[in-house]
Design a protein around this ligand. Sequence first.
Ligand code: FE2
Length: 344
Amino acid sequence: MRYLPIDQIQEGMYLARNVIGNDGRVLLVKGTKLTQSYLQKLKELDYHFLYISETPDDIEEFKGPLSDEVYTKAICTVRDSMISAAKYQSLDLQAVIDVADFMLDEVIAEDVVYNIIELKNHSNYTYLHSVNVSVLSVLLGKALKLNQRQLKEMVTGALLHDIGKVFIENSILEKAGRLTPPEYEKVKRHPQYGFDLLRGHPELSLLSAHVAYQHHERADGSGYPRGLTGDQIHYYAKIVMVADSFDAMTSGRHYREAMWSHTAIAELKAAAPEKYDPKVVSALTQVVALYPVGSVVLLNNMEVATVCDVTSKKIRLKLLSGKNKGQRIELSHNSKLKIERRLS
Ligand SMILES: [Fe+2]
């Protein structure tokens, strides 16, 4: 399985992971043999990368931090909440709280790392982003020893952190070029809109609403909407803002290329402590896979391999070159063998 830019994918290759459409459901199922028309359609839908495999028997079960079932449920729940909010209908926050519980049950498991490189397009971006930020926030919160109640309050807020965006015009949110200063001023209102919406719901902890309110604040006061500093910012928001920035940096948008995990972590480290809580940023290195599943890597023996599976303790590779081409190896069992760098 490899994660490839769509322009490098040829007809006849197989889809190795489901492609999720803008309603959170599966648009194209894994195992599908890709035709020119599928590829064209996916390009039109603004997908830039796919997980592919050369042969159908090479498609493995992808073990991410969440099962496909809970991942899809979470995306649909975020989407339903945002649609209700946009129509000024009441929110089914109990559904969000339930999803937070399902997520906690799965993400809390031992060994799990954040190994998603996500297949977002412009229409499902906010939903997938909200769920990915939530997953990463739980992993960070767990590494930082938050208790179960705290994790739940934080992840419920993380799922809804961008809900205020529904009150901002799509033409601004999806604009391909740079925003003008008045447009940026409008975007900067979404945390306030989100907070105003969520604070009126007694079933939601006020701290969860504050995650939406504070996720764009920065420790040095340079954030928005209020320019809070240091410990004026709640710990949950300090965690979620790191997950939010990391996911935004590692996701390709039409106006910029996606960064690789290690570059994004290095940039976030350079920006802390002025902007971010250094403890949270350093927890990123514990919970994020530097080489996510599907990435192609160069080994110190100059062979090329693709990452099949990764946990906090081991990384499993499939060799793509050399005399053992096609073989699977576990890196922890081969102490002399090291990953030199990521190729794609
Ligand atoms: Fe946001």
